[in-house]
Design a protein around this ligand. Sequence first.
Ligand code: SF4
Ligand code: SF4
Ligand code: SF4
Length: 286
Amino acid sequence: MKPEIYKGMPAVFKRRDGKFEIKILVTGGMLTPRQVRRIGEVAERYGGEVHITVRQELSILGVPEEKLDPALQDLAEAGLLPGSAGMTFRNVVSCLGSDYCFKAAAETTSLAEEIAERFTGEKTPGPLKVGIGGCPFPCTRPQFNEIGIMGRVRPELDLEKCTGCGKCVEVCKVGAASVVEGKAVIDYGKCAMCGRCVVNCPVGARYTAEDGYMFFVGGRGSWPPHEGWIFRDFVGREEILPLIGRILEVYRAGAKPGMRLLEFINTIGFEEFRRRVEADDADPGR
Ligand code: SF4
Ligand code: SF4
Ligand code: SF4
């Protein structure tokens, strides 16, 4: 059974208690203190409880239909709009990345904002979710989104500076760092590009040669969960928005209504999907 939606807004819909939920758009889990206060005020005035959704949005539950208009207006005054739902490019989920997290390899929060500003709310054949994690061991599980973005750095060594202290070996979670004859060695075949050896080297013998992101497509978090394909294992930040734009073109040109990106890629095969996204010709359907 499909829930009743209010005035064409899929993020404002009737629940089993006969009242409405207002799901509020949040990007990267970030809100201003004023917005947090306003959500509390609106919930107190018109609704019941506030729920944090699994994808970093906030919902006000228990709003009677006749109070929806004033509630939505009070929210809008604080820059709070109904969230994303249905067959659209959804809100972007992100961790705090290098602005706050000591383990981060890359910046995430302004990237999430840029992606959301450009794409969130656009119509898509199926729901399209984006997850961003700031390192290769990500809390946000970006691989299980239609588009997943995961921060990475490629470490290099300055052997003249290396003292062979072994700190990099201690912090490396995947056994890619070792010390041979008193000098550090990186096994790039194993290296996850987390950059933890870089920030922990006491003498700066390790440095970031390049930073970027691993880019996944076609993941899904709900049942059955599916880990997306690695579309590219290293993309620069400036490549991300054009790449998402191109993926959307190919997806819209080929997918039937309601088809999720995973199903579409399975229909044509991952290599064909990649070929279409990377093709130079203007027709994304060929
Ligand atoms: S995903 Fe990585 S960078 Fe982001 S919060 Fe978790 S550990 Fe930190
Ligand atoms: S932490 Fe730095 S100095 Fe110590 S072994 Fe590793 S690269 Fe060399
Ligand atoms: S970047 Fe991370 S995975 Fe690679 S060698 Fe350093 S600590 Fe290990």
